[in-house]
Each structure stands twice: as C-alpha cells, then as structure tokens.
Design a protein around this ligand. Structure first.
Ligand code: TYD
Ligand code: MG
Length: 454
C-alpha cells in the first residue's frame, strides 16, 4: 500500500490530506506541516502479535462499576462534573483570560483537599507568592493544597511523581513546555504535546488532572482542538464582562451529562455558588415592559428561568441590523422569517436587538416561542402580563411543537410566583403545577390572541 501522509495545521490543528499554502480551517498561511504518521514507523509492515487483542463487550460489562467519585462540596462544580470528580480523569477548563479560572480552581483544589484528596496546584502563570496572596483573599490560606510554580513539563512530572497527588491542577496548559519540542510555549505543538504527556502520565499514575486553557478571540481553546479530544471532560467558564455572574458549562463529559451548568457569582472574596439561578437571572427585571418575556428553560438537569429582551426600531434605509447576545443569530433569522412568511409580520426596515439578561447563553430550541413573543411584544409595543412564562419550539410552517420537561418548567415557574404559561398545544401540562396553561397550535394564534396583530 502506498504511504499515506497527513498534514496538520500548526495554528489550529486541522488535519488535511494534502499540503497547501493556506489552511482552509483557520485561514492562516504557511502553517501546514507534514506529519510523520504511524504508517512510516519501522514496524509498519509487520503487525503486532501480542497487543492487538479484542475482548467481548459482555465480558467487560459484567464487572463494570460506576466510577467512584469524590464530591468537592462545591455543589455547582460537582454538578457540572456529573456528580463529582472521577479518579484518574482528565478535565479541561477553558475560558477568557480574567474570567476567573484560576480563582475557581484554587477554590476547587481547597475543596477537594477538604474532601480528603491530596491536591497539587501547579501555576505556570503566577509566582507561588501571588497564588498565596490570592488564597489569602479567598480565605483559603489554611487549606492543605500543595503548591508548585513551574512551567517545564519534566519538572512538573517529577513533582507529581514525588507528591503522588489525587488531583493535579495545571494552570495553564499554554504556559507548559517540553524541552523535546522545538517551538515556543503556547504554540500548537507545545500545547498538544504537553497535554498529551500530562494526561498520559496522570492516567498511568491514577491522578486526576485539571488543565486550564485560555480561549482565543474566536472562542476556542488556544492551540489545537485535539486537546479537547484528549480529555474526558471539557468545561467552559463563561460570563459577560461587567456582570458578576459566571457560568461553568460542561460541553463534553464522558462521565456525565453534557450541557450541565454551574452558576457562580464573582465577589470580592472569590466565587460564590448560586444555588437558585432563576432567582438570579430574573433579579434585574424591572417593571414589565414591552419586549421583555420570561422563558422557562432547562439547563442540563435543572430548570432555569431567564428574561429575553427585544428591541425593534426603525432602521436607516437599507441597513437593518440584527444583533443578538446569548442566543443563536441564525435561529433569530429563522424566527423573523417565519413571522413574516406565516403571520404577515414584516421586520424589513427595522433594526432588531435580542438579548438575554444576566449574561446567560441559551441553546434550546424551546426558547423559539419566547423569542417570537419578545419580538412581537417589542414590535407591537404590547407587554405580556408580568406573571407569564413562555416556551415552545417553532417549526418552519409556523406550527408550535411541544418540548421536553414541560412539568419541570411549569413547577419552577410556579415556585418563582408565575401564574400563567404560553406553550404549544399538545404539551403535557397537568393542573397540579398551579400554572394556568394557555396552549397555542401555531404562531398565528400567538399573534392574534395575545398581541391582537396580524
Ligand atoms: P482569575 O481567576 O485570575 O482569572 P483567569 O485565571 O481566568 O485569568 O480572575 C481574575 C479576575 O477576578 C480579576 O479581574 C479579579 C477578579 N477577582 C475577584 O473579583 N474576586 C476575587 O476574590 C478574586 C480572587 C479575583
Ligand atoms: Mg489565571
């Protein structure tokens, strides 16, 4: 068989089948290099005899135990981890610089130490004295966390080998470097090699590693996407600058549900857990106004109420703007198109702004109806009753589709004092929830019954 080479972009890690001057993925020039693949190795012609053995799946499953997890006691962190930290697992925590990754992980290290694990915090960005100052600010100077300020991976592995911790926090993967790799720390090959060495070493020694990764302007972990594939769990730490709320979101989890969120508030003495996010996301709500709609959403396994705000205003000729914060721009365009095509409500010549209060990001299609209601409310200048929540998916025909966990959403709404809900016909809503259900077959019904338009 002919030798098959692959080519990898050193900027974004994308793999190509042939060399070219420009990477299609990230657009960078002169970054594609040839990989020396396995097929070039000395033993490529002869197959390994002893290693390549498969066993029956049923043999494995019979004695499989659920992994023994350790809870940190920080409930919001344990939740996103899927119920606690799994031994010998690898976790990547990504986020913008300054968002609070070092803070939350120092708090986590102290929490795990308090739960009986031996924790080592390796800082490549700050000197030990700086970390100690932060710990003092967090009231954790007495925590039994071991501290190392190192960036050379060889030294770090030696330290870990000597300390034999249960959990090691590496802050950050971009500062770590291997002397066997020629490029500078932070480059794709360094990040990839360091992550690979660390996760492999940790798995062999039964150490859980938590890697901190900075995020680029494009919102990706700086360095290759492959780091995400190397680890068991990927968490993103998100938040809007200027807001004190921070959201730890699981985007991948081999040991638990993805899409779970943990909510924190950044205070003068570190991150505080927010046990009831709905209260928090609705706390800024002013008097009920046109364009404001409360959405009863589900984040992971938990109901979260939040406020969608829309503003619609005349645009200068030919330059209508669509601006979205916290929701998908493509989905907004779809809902505007359905309103126009199925309900005869045009938005041409109008600027449309859509925003989720508090800095939450929602990806559920169940928010479609809340978005449509907010847009209509803003456009018609009619506010919904303040005691009403909205949820449901919109199809391209303008029909409304029931969404999952209707009861959970309604119960959360009731708990927060809401008395009515606008939702799709066919939703399974029992009267027990105490919320009056206004069921609608399609978007036209919402337009006519609620806003008297169309
Ligand atoms: P940090 O954890 O250093 O962010 P990252 O590691 O993601 O770069 O957090 C930095 C910000 O958090 C900084 O702007 C100060 C703020 N902060 C607080 O508001 N309260 C605190 O107790 C701490 C430690 C930091
Ligand atoms: Mg940091």
């Amino acid at each position: 068989m002919a030798k098959q080479s692959t080519f990898t972009c050193t900027n974004c890690g994308a793999v190509h089948s042939k060399w070219s001057g420009r990477c299609d993925e990230c657009g960078a020039w002169n970054t594609i290099t040839e990989d020396s693949g396995l097929s070039e190795g000395a033993g490529s012609a002869s197959l390994g005899q002893a290693r390549g053995k498969a066993i029956a799946l049923s043999d494995l499953v019979s004695d499989e135990q659920p992994p023994a997890r350790t809870r940190s006691g920080m409930a919001e962190l344990d939740r996103v981890l899927g119920g606690g930290l799994v031994p010998a697992s690898a976790v990547l925590v990504g986020g913008d610089p300054g968002i609070g990754k070092s803070t939350v992980l120092l708090q986590a290290a102290a929490a795990f130490a308090g739960a009986g694990l031996k924790a080592v915090y390796v800082s490549g960005e700050e000197a030990a004295a700086q970390v100690r100052m932060r710990a003092k600010r967090l009231g954790l100077e007495g925590a039994s966390v071991r501290l190392a300020a190192e960036t050379n991976l060889r030294d770090i592995l030696t330290t870990l080998d000597k300390e034999r911790p249960d959990v090691a926090i590496i802050d950050s993967i971009q500062t770590m470097w291997l002397d066997t790799v020629g490029s500078a720390p932070g480059s794709v090959s360094q990040v990839r090699a360091a992550a690979h060495e660390l996760t492999r070493f940790a798995k062999r020694r039964g150490i859980s590693v938590v890697l901190v990764g900075h995020v680029t302007k494009e919102g990706q972990i700086a360095g290759p996407r492959v780091v995400e594939h190397m680890v068991d769990t990927v968490l993103y730490f998100e938040g809007e600058r200027g807001h004190q709320f921070r959201i730890l979101r699981a985007v991948k989890n081999r040991f638990g549900p993805a899409d779970e969120i943990g909510v924190f508030e950044m205070t003068g003495s570190g991150l505080q857990e927010v046990a009831n996010p709905s209260v928090l996301f609705l706390s800024d709500r002013e008097q009920q106004s046109a364009g404001s709609v409360v959405f009863a959403g589900i984040e992971g396994t938990r109901p979260v109420l939040c406020e969608f705000q829309a503003l619609v205003s005349p645009a200068p000729a030919g330059q209508a703007r669509r601006s979205v914060v916290g929701w998908d721009g493509g989905r907004l365009a779809m809902i505007l198109a359905v309103l126009e095509a199925r309900c005869g409500i045009p938005f041409a010549g109008l600027d449309v702004y859509l925003n989720i209060a508090g800095g939450l990001r929602v990806t559920e299609p169940a928010a479609d109806l809340a978005v449509a209601a907010a847009l209509l409310s803003a456009r018609e200048d009619v506010s919904l009753p303040a005691n009403t929540v909205v949820f449901g998916e919109i199809s391209l025909s303008g029909n409304l589709r029931p969404v999952g966990q209707t009861e959970t959403r309604l119960k959360e709404a009731r708990k927060l004092g809401f008395e009515a809900a606008i939702l799709p016909e066919g939703s399974k809503a029992s009267a027990e929830t105490g919320v009056r259900a206004q069921k609608m077959p399609d978007l036209q019904a919402l337009v006519g019954d609620v806003f008297g338009a169309g």
